[in-house]
Design a protein. Sequence first.
Length: 226
Amino acid sequence: MKKTIANRIDHTNLKPDATLREILKLCQEAQEHEFGAVCVHSSRVQACSMHLQIGGPQICSVIGFPLGASLCFAKAEEAEMAWECGAEEIDMVMNIGYAKDGNWTSVKSDIMAVRDVAADIVLKVIIECCLLTDDEKVRACQIAKECGAEFVKTSTGFAKGGATVRDIALMRKAVGPNMGIKAAGGIRNYQDAIAMLAAGATRLGCSASVHILEEERKSLQRVKPL
């Protein structure tokens, strides 16, 4: 069997108007294509938990999404409740305003508030690269690593830009070889996905996941065996 990128994809639906039917379709597609996870709002975690089979795709909940500007206590409470509903991974948006202030102590406290209540599950910190300078991106990545996050993530997909190869390379340099990096936002085809992985991403957040796998299959079919 040829290698596929499916298990590196977080199959995502974070539309504010996503219906229950659409969320259950997301889960069905994730199981059918063996995606690594589904990524949904915290209010949809329980529905995913009831639908997905044990041992199948992980359930990832976004927290403080998409702005990251809520109180750290509110983020911590949301994360804890998402975990109780069945979330196995958390994608939290850091406080971007604090980062722009240069108030890195508060950025760290904000992340730690979630890390403390989600100690036993995977934590990804969304730094929203398109709103930060390169120096701010590097510092945000370093702080997320200091807080014990398993991943840093490029984007929410709801700001003015998404993942770029340049940002992935910068983040990889900042966190070293072992920490996870999730590229998200604007990854709509197989070539985009492969470029992100080649630059150093280890996980991809995509809503066009099924389309990407269809392109991957066509690409693999064109590769003739030696």
